[in-house]
Design a protein around this ligand. Structure first.
Ligand SMILES: NC(=O)C1=CN([C@@H]2O[C@H](COP(=O)(O)OP(=O)(O)OC[C@H]3O[C@@H](n4cnc5c(N)ncnc54)[C@H](OP(=O)(O)O)[C@@H]3O)[C@@H](O)[C@H]2O)C=CC1
Ligand SMILES: O=C(O)C(=O)Cc1ccc(O)cc1
Length: 449
C-alpha cells in the first residue's frame, strides 16, 4: 500500500472531496468512516428519497445532496455503492457529470459489468480505480481484505496513492488485483459459500423446520450452530446483494452448478449404499484440499457450542451424527474444479473463512468423516431434509444460470419470511459467533507464523 506522506494527506483533506452515490449499508459505512477521518464527503441516495432522508443526515459529518450529478460534479474520488443490477443504468445517468480528471470506482461485488459500464459512459479524462470490501456492513473493517483494482489511471500511481490514502482509515488489508482476477476469486469463494447456506435455509423452510428447536437434537453443536447462524445471517440481508454477486458473474455460474452436482451425486451414493465409492471419492477430495494441511485447525467445534439460538442447544451437548451433505459437497466441488481454497485466503470474506473452517474441522478431526459417511449411508434420520437440500441446491443453481433476478428475489424472500421472527436473535448470536471465530483465527495465524 502506497499512502501519501502525513503532510500530503493533510493537504488532500483540505483540497479533495470523496463522493458516494448510494447511501445504503455499504455507502453509509464508507461515508461515515471517511468523514470521521477528516475527509470532505458528499453523498446522495435515490433522488426521490432526498426530502425523506434529509432530516436523517442533517447532523452527519458528510454533506447529503439531492442526486448523483451533484456528487459527481464536485468529487475527486467517486464511489458508486448501488445495486449491481442497476450499475449500468446509474453510471449512464451520472457518469457524464463526473468532475474533470476524477477517479471513479464502485462497490459492486462483481467487477466486469461495473468496469464495462465505466468504460462506456465515463468521460475519457476520468480514471477508473474501483474497490470491493470483502465483508458485510456490520463487520469491523479493520484487518478485513479490501480489493483495489487500478483499471485505468496511467499516472504512475498518483491516483492510486490518493485512493489508498483515503481508504486507509478503514484499516483494511489492501489487496491489488485485476478485474478478472477479482471476479474469478469471488466466484470461487463467495458465490459457492452463499449457494450452500442459501440451500440449507431453503431446505429447512420448505420442511417447516426451525433447526434450533428440533426435538431430536439433530442440529445441536458447534458445526450446526454455524450452519444455522450463517444461513439466517444471509437471509436477514438484502436479496440483491447475493443475486448480484452470483448472477452478474459468469464465472460463478459454473461453481454453483458444480456445487449442485456434487450435492446430487454424493446424495445418490448415500441412498444407493455405495459406501466404497463414496469413501474413495471423499478421500481423494480430502487429499486434494487438505493433504498439505499443517498446524492448527481454523475452527474448533467446542468453541462454537454456546452459539445456539435455543436455550436447550446452549445446555445440552448430545448431538446426533449428521450426514453433513452441505460440507462434503463443498470439499468435493473444490476437488472437481481444481480449486485450492487456501490460495484465496488473502482475498476471503468472513463467511468463506468460516465455511472453510467447518469443512476443515469435519475432514481433519479424527474419526468424524468416517462417522459422517456412516450416517450418510445408514442413518435415515437426515434423508428427507437431505433430499430437500439437493432440490434447493439445484433450484438455486438454475435460477443463477437463467440469470433470473425475479425468481431469485421470490425464492429468497419466501425463505426470508419463514425465518423473519428469528432475525434479531440470530443477528446478535451471529455477530458474537463471528467475533469469536475471527478472534480465534487471528490467534491461529499468530501460532502458525
Ligand atoms: N451488503 C454487503 O454485505 C455488501 C455489499 N456490497 C455491494 O455494494 C453495493 C451496495 O450494497 P448495499 O449497501 O448492501 O446495498 P443497499 O441496497 O443497502 O444500498 C444501495 C443504495 O443505493 C441506492 N440507490 C439506488 N439507485 C440509486 C441512484 N440512482 N442514485 C443514488 N442511490 C441509489 C439504493 O436506494 P433504494 O434502496 O431505494 O434502491 C440504496 O440505498 C452492492 O452492489 C452490493 O453488492 C459489497 C460488499 C458487501
Ligand atoms: O461475507 C460474506 O460473504 C457476506 O455475505 C457479506 C458480503 C456480501 C457481498 C460482498 O460483496 C461482500 C461481502
Amino acid at each position: 500500500m502506497a499512502i501519501g506522506t502525513e503532510e500530503q494527506i493533510a493537504q488532500w483533506k483540505k483540497e479533495k472531496t470523496v463522493g458516494i452515490i448510494g447511501l445504503g449499508d455499504m455507502g453509509l459505512l464508507y461515508a461515515e468512516k471517511f468523514s470521521e477521518a477528516g475527509w470532505n464527503v458528499v453523498a446522495c441516495d435515490r433522488e426521490i428519497m432526498y426530502d425523506i432522508l434529509k432530516p436523517k443526515y442533517a447532523d452527519s459529518k458528510f454533506k447529503f445532496v439531492q442526486d448523483g450529478h451533484r456528487v459527481s460534479r464536485v468529487s475527486d474520488f467517486i464511489i458508486y455503492s448501488v445495486e449491481a443490477a442497476n450499475i449500468e443504468k446509474i453510471v449512464t445517468e451520472y457518469g457524464p457529470s463526473s468532475k474533470v480528471n476524477a477517479i471513479v470506482g464502485g462497490q459492486t461485488s462483481c467487477k466486469r459489468p461495473e468496469v464495462t459500464a465505466f468504460e462506456k459512459y465515463l468521460p475519457d479524462d476520468t480514471k477508473i480505480i474501483t474497490v470491493h470490501s470483502l465483508h458485510g456492513p456490520k463487520v469491523n473493517t479493520e484487518g478485513q481484505p479490501l480489493v483495489i483494482i487500478d483499471h485505468r489511471s496511467n499516472d504512475n500511481g498518483e491516483s492510486l496513492t490518493l485512493v489508498d490514502s483515503i481508504l486507509s482509515c478503514l484499516k483494511s488489508k489492501h489487496v491489488y488485483l485485476t478485474c478478472d482476477e477479482h471476479d474469478k476469486i469471488t466466484a470461487d469463494t463467495q458465490a459457492v459459500t452463499h449457494a450452500a447456506f442459501l440451500s440449507m435455509g431453503s431446505a429447512w423452510a420448505i420442511s417447516g423446520i426451525y433447526p434450533w428447536e428440533a426435538h431430536d437434537n439433530k442440529w445441536l453443536g458447534g458445526i450446526e450452530n454455524v450452519k444455522i447462524n450463517i444461513s439466517l445471517r444471509i437471509y436477514s440481508n438484502k436479496w440483491h446483494v447475493y443475486a448480484g454477486l452470483a448472477i452478474t458473474n459468469p464465472q460463478a455460474h459454473k461453481q454453483i452448478l458444480q456445487y449442485a452436482t456434487s450435492v446430487t451425486e454424493l446424495f445418490a451414493l448415500c441412498i444407493d449404499h455405495k459406501r466404497e465409492e463414496l469413501l474413495d471419492r471423499l478421500m481423494k477430495a480430502k487429499e486434494f484440499v487438505f493433504g498439505k494441511h499443517t498446524g492448527l485447525l481454523l475452527l474448533d467445534d467446542s468453541l462454537l457450542d454456546e452459539f445456539s439460538l435455543s436455550e436447550k442447544g446452549r445446555h445440552e451437548k448430545s448431538s446426533v451424527p449428521n450426514s453433513h451433505l452441505s460440507l462434503l459437497a463443498i470439499v468435493d466441488s473444490w476437488y472437481q474444479l481444481g480449486i485450492n481454497p487456501y490460495d484465496h485466503m488473502i482475498c476471503s470474506t468472513p463467511l468463506f473463512r468460516i465455511f472453510l473452517g467447518v469443512s476443515e474441522y469435519l475432514f481433519l478431526t479424527p474419526g468424524l468423516l468416517e462417522q459422517t459417511i456412516e450416517a450418510g449411508i445408514n442413518d435415515k434420520a437426515f434423508r428427507s431434509i437431505d433430499l430437500e437440500f439437493v432440490i434447493a441446491a439445484r433450484k438455486w443453481s438454475s435460477i443463477v444460470s437463467f440469470e433470473s433476478f425475479d425468481l431469485y428475489q421470490k425464492q429468497f424472500e419466501d425463505v426470508q419470511r419463514f425465518f423473519e421472527p428469528m432475525f434479531p436473535a440470530a443477528t446478535k448470536m451471529g455477530n458474537d459467533m463471528i467475533r469469536t471465530i475471527l478472534a480465534h483465527s487471528k490467534k491461529q495465524e499468530a501460532n502458525d507464523v
